[in-house]
Design a protein around this ligand. Structure first.
Ligand code: NAD
Length: 488
């Protein structure tokens, strides 16, 4: 154990590969390899937690909880704001490491994705401070709703956009007065370690924020089963979400989950076609490894031919390459196993008789690249329409009218996001209401007011994040009633 831990240099930044528990760097006997999808080379051997390290981390969070909870919203907000400032100060270092670790485009990481992490902390600092306990009189009593910090929380996150997605959960948990044990995904674990460093610099008390590195089935499973936790928050696939939900249910611990998506991108004949086409082609960004992506293109029949022709031209503009280069628009996939998974979907689609209109094979830009792929499915029941691929694979289908558009849009088990292109306010409202999705964008995409609810319907999510919804999740709401006139 040491204050610094085992460090490796990634993109010129010294990153600890150890856990962060109770303010200390803690090693494990076992380690796992972290391979950069950018270079294909091993960039770190990361500590691999077993039950003992997980137990130690949860106990550290448990021990730190009373003091952190007692600090109150203002005191905690000061820490969160300092952390937000530090994230901005270290923006380029965080972006460079995240790029090497998961191959997101460096320019997006620098310009917005890491900054969103800072925004997460700042927004939740503000929101927690602004909260006013509701009080009123009824039935001869004076009533008050109190928001009480819930206790130690487990946060489990996926490998895509790990810094942004982790901070999106860690920020409300800390702001609400919970202490946190974060387990990042094993394919992109490094930015969580940098976040731990920044909490030290920001003066967080030891044990308030902890990071456990490890494999999902080991460290993740041990974490969510821990009896001292009071909240479990998960982002990842529905398959893992079910397992984590079961573990949380066993301990009767409230659980929230943001899971996969299979969003429709609906284009109506009254839409701005240039904008709709550009947006459709953008769904290949980050090689389609985006839960919110509109991967099912649903286009009104009357404009389908023109839309498709223009879409091909827009896809031609994509540049597959090194995510550190400015001209690159499509980066490699995260891992050889994930590439094989994407490939499996397309091969099965081909065998089943779906029409591969373009792509459908590995790209020669490098080992982990897959060509932007467009598929016209033989039926809406095709696997590639019904299941999340999480790769650069879009399907293209047509609809006659609004009724059919909605029917197709709502035909999967998922319900995370939907994108609608139309020039009509009435239609935006009608279709916006009718589609089964937690987040609906009309003529835009990915714009987020952090006070709005965020989450999925169906197998895409349980509970809501964002704004007060997340602060309520990380709190125990208490009703206090005092008989009027009985106290002075
Ligand atoms: P995953 O479910 O395989 O893993 C997510 C996390 O869970 C990882 O940290 C992993 O180590 C951990 N884990 C795995 N098994 C576990 C177990 N048995 N117990 C406890 N933890 C366990 O998901 P992934 O492949 O990392 O991420 C891709 C998925 O995440 C996609 O489905 C994507 O749509 C989804 N996602 C959703 C959102 C959203 O906001 N809805 C955002 C990003 C990604």
């Amino acid at each position: 154990m040491s204050a610094q831990g085992e460090r490796v240099e990634v993109a010129g930044v010294a990153v600890s590969t150890d856990h962060f528990i109770g303010g200390d760097r803690v090693a494990s006997e076992r380690r796992f390899d972290d391979i950069s999808p950018v270079t294909g080379e091993k960039i770190a051997e990361v500590a691999r937690a077993g039950e003992a390290e997980v137990d130690r981390a949860v106990r550290a969070a448990h021990d730190a909880f009373p003091e952190w909870a007692a600090l109150g919203p203002e005191g905690r907000a000061e820490h969160l704001r300092r952390l937000a400032d530090l994230i901005e100060e270290h923006n380029d270092r965080l972006a460079a490491v995240e790029c090497m670790d998961m191959a997101m485009l460096l320019r997006s990481l620098r310009a917005r994705v890491i900054r969103r992490g800072a925004r997460n902390f700042r927004s939740y600092a503000d929101l927690a401070v602004a909260y006013e306990e509701r009080d009123w009189r009824s039935q001869g009593t004076w009533n008050r709703v109190q928001r009480m910090p819930a206790g130690p929380a487990a946060v489990i996150t996926p490998w895509n956009a790990p810094f942004m997605l982790s901070t999106w959960k860690v920020a409300p948990a800390l702001a609400a007065g919970c202490t946190v044990v974060l387990k990042p995904a094993e394919w992109s674990p490094l930015s969580a370690s940098l976040l731990a460093d920044l909490t030290v610099e920001a003066g967080f008390p030891p044990g308030v924020f902890n990071v456990i590195q490890g494999i999902g089935e080991e460290a993740g499973a041990a974490l969510v089963a821990h009896p001292l936790l009071r909240r479990v928050s998960f982002t990842g696939s529905p398959e893992t979400g079910r397992l984590i939900g079961q573990a949380a249910a066993k301990n009767l611990v409230p659980f929230t989950a943001e899971m996969g998506g299979k969003g429709p991108l609906l284009v109506f004949e009254d839409a701005d076609l240039d904008a709709a086409v550009a947006q459709a082609a953008n769904q290949y960004d980050d090689s389609g490894q985006v839960c919110l992506a509109g991967t099912r293109l649903l286009v009104q029949e009357s404009i389908a031919a023109e839309f498709t022709e223009r879409l091909h031209a827009a896809i031609d503009e994509h540049v597959l390459g090194d995510p550190r280069e400015d001209e690159t628009t499509i980066s490699p996939l995260i891992h050889p196993d994930h590439l094989a998974r994407v490939e499996g979907f397309v091969e099965r689609a081909r065998e089943a008789g779906d029409r591969i209109v373009r792509g459908g094979r590995r790209a020669d830009a490098g080992e982990l690249f897959y060509e932007p792929t467009l598929i016209e499915p033989r039926s809406n029941d095709s696997e590639v329409v019904q299941r999340e691929v999480f790769g650069p694979v879009l399907t293209l289908q047509t609809f006659r009218d609004e009724a059919e558009a909605v029917e197709l849009a709502n035909s999967t088990e998922y319900g995370l996001s939907a994108i609608i292109y139309t020039g009509s306010m009435g239609r935006a409202d009608r279709i916006g209401r009718a589609v089964r999705a937690g987040v609906v964008w009309v003529n835009t995409f990915l714009v987020r007011d952090l006070t709005a609810p965020f989450g999925g319907m169906g197998i895409s999510g349980i509970g809501r994040e964002g704004g007060d919804y997340a602060l309520d999740f990380y709190s125990d709401l208490k009703s206090l009633q005092i008989r009027e006139g009985s106290v002075s």
